[in-house]
Ligand binder design. Structure first.
Ligand code: VGL
Ligand code: ZN
Length: 227
């Protein structure tokens, strides 16, 4: 069977990049030229995701009395089941809908991108994954992004993840992708094409968790895209 590889570019937005991003990831902008080169390869489908938050998003420290970005955590409950909850890190306001920080980075060759998918639009839940929020009981279907459906429709067999941040949204997107057993996607993260909020311990922990979930961490030189 021939492979049908897709490229998913995670959250390559101004707010995640120096020099002006409100949640700038060190070296975030450096991955753009390499990703532009990848966009020229014959992937069957190329998606860019956007973190797309309303101003009242639960992950902003500014929406919680007395909490500080990066240092504080909050308990997020399933709106449909107060018994299901998770602890989540709080952030500076970022990627707010309609602001310059929400834009895809201007150097990205968006002319080569087939589809832009918005995620994190439900103010009630954190959503690092490009697929869905982590809450499952019951699942918040209305806040899913639609990415799983479209990758299935396109008959994709392999999914390559790149973008920001390696230890947050790339990590949880790749894990959800590898866990979609019915889809059977081979899931890859290209290590040169990510940067992390915490490039030391954070990225190491992320890699271990991804490997455990069946994600393959690969190097650019090992990426062969054929169709
Ligand atoms: C992200 C923190 C908060 C990411 C999004 O794209 O990795 N990180 N929101
Ligand atoms: Zn966010």
């Amino acid at each position: 069977m021939s492979s049908k590889p897709a490229l998913v570019i995670i959250d390559l937005q101004e707010d995640f990049c120096p020099p002006n991003g409100s949640l700038a990831v060190g070296g975030g902008r450096e991955v753009v030229p390499v990703i532009n080169d990848l966009l020229k390869l014959p992937f069957v489908f190329k998606v860019a995701t956007k973190d797309h938050h309303p101003q009242n998003h639960v992950s902003f420290a500014s929406n919680h009395e007395g909490k500080r970005p990066f240092a504080s955590f909050v308990t997020i409950r399933n709106p449909n089941n107060p018994d299901e909850a998770y602890e989540s890190r709080l952030w500076p306001d970022h990627c707010v809908i309609g602001t310059a920080g929400n834009e895809l980075v201007k150097e990205l060759d968006t002319g080569e991108v087939d589809l832009v998918i918005e995620k994190g639009t439900d103010s009630r839940v954190e959503m690092y994954s490009a697929f869905r929020p982590p809450l499952t009981n019951p699942p918040l279907r209305e806040s899913e992004s639609g990415l799983e459906k479209i990758l299935k429709e396109k008959g994709v067999t392999d999914v390559y993840f790149v973008g920001l941040a390696g230890d947050y949204c790339v990590r949880y997107s790749a894990i959800d992708c590898a866990k979609a057993r019915d889809a059977g996607w081979n899931t890859y993260v290209i290590e040169e094409c990510i940067r992390s909020v915490d490039p030391g311990a954070g990225w190491e922990e992320a890699k271990a968790e991804m490997l455990n979930a069946g994600v393959k961490i690969v190097s650019l030189k090992d990426v062969v895209v054929q169709r």
